[in-house]
Design a protein around this ligand. Structure first.
Ligand SMILES: NC(=O)c1ccc[n+]([C@@H]2O[C@H](COP(=O)([O-])OP(=O)(O)OC[C@H]3O[C@@H](n4cnc5c(N)ncnc54)[C@H](OP(=O)(O)O)[C@@H]3O)[C@@H](O)[C@H]2O)c1
Length: 266
């Protein structure tokens, strides 16, 4: 069954204006789905919507919304009550990098709102319609940093762990009711956001980064077949070692060393 038949006619991408979100939007448009594109930067959304609707002959709707706002999910859903949504992709994230106490409490709470509360609420508000017609898909984006505690991004990685466990549970709960849930556990991807947070040093990890289009394609291929996907063979191997071969304490310390080397001036 094509993606359009299985998950159409409308898909919503939360965090769609650039990077992985824009790549999700482009891939879905190329497969004939109409798109609701959500993010904060209106101009980027408008030009993406125009480009995709022209190139792929699809319908688009943009919603300018800050996903860290406590009522973000309700605001979005209020705007789309008339649309038949078969696919929901939550891509947006906020990552406050740095020593835990050097980031404000507001930053930590913003991570929880953007990365955990808003996706949870949107899943809650969008899934019933999918379950009622026994057809739909939900993709939550997560990160390899969520497989163990990750120093200097502790709250971010904790929110991403929440997404993994949430999606896995819902995959099992809904898999026989026609709604596919997937968590995409990504390694480093060369998105504008990643590049901006990456210090000068791009050797090592820089060489392991993936392109957004590859990640999106692997995610859509896995949707409906399994509860989670780790895009990229190297990432799958690295995560196997981290999760199954190293003692958890050693994995946490290793991740800490990598992140310290990457983000701290030590
Ligand atoms: N890039 C990586 O290396 C990497 C690695 C592991 C996991 N991931 C995961 O992949 C996803 C994408 O990450 P990314 O950092 O590479 O970003 P991205 O896909 O390049 O862009 C993030 C998108 O989310 C939107 N967004 C961010 N905060 C928002 C907010 N508060 N309200 C509304 N929209 C918001 C941004 O648009 P506006 O700024 O216009 O709002 C942008 O369109 C995240 O879930 C991340 O955890 C990424």
């Amino acid at each position: 069954m094509s993606i359009q038949t299985r998950y159409g006619p409308w898909a919503i991408v939360a965090g769609a204006s650039e990077g992985l979100g824009a790549a999700h939007a482009e891939e879905l448009a190329s497969r004939g789905l109409n798109l609701i594109l959500v993010a904060r930067r209106s101009e980027l959304l408008q030009s993406l919507a125009l480009e995709l609707s022209t190139r792929y002959d699809i319908e688009t709707k943009i919603i300018v919304q800050d996903l860290s706002a406590p009522d973000a999910a309700e605001q979005i859903v209020r705007n789309i009550t008339d649309l038949d949504i078969g696919l929901f992709i939550y891509n947006a994230a906020f990552s406050a990098i740095g020593p835990f106490l050097e980031r404000s409490l507001d930053d930590h709470l913003k991570e929880i709102h953007t990365n955990a509360l808003t996706p949870l609420k949107l899943v809650y508000l969008l899934a019933q319609q999918m379950l009622d017609r026994r057809r739909g898909g939900i993709v939550l984006m997560s990160s390899l940093s969520a497989f163990q505690g990750s120093a200097y991004i502790s709250t971010y990685s904790a929110t991403k762990a929440f997404n993994i466990v949430l999606a896995e549970g819902l995959w099992e709960e809904w898999r026989e009711q026609g709604v596919d849930v997937l968590v995409c556990v990504s390694g480093a991807v060369r998105t504008p956001n990643y590049i901006a947070s990456e210090p000068e040093r791009t050797g090592g990890l820089g060489d392991m980064t993936m392109h957004p289009e590859q990640v999106v394609r692997e995610a859509l291929t896995a949707l409906g077949k399994q509860p989670y996907v780790i895009p990229g063979r190297v990432n799958r191997m690295a995560s196997f070692v981290m999760r199954h071969l190293l003692p958890r304490k050693v994995a946490i310390q290793f991740m800490g060393r990598v992140l310290r080397g990457k983000y701290m001036q030590v």
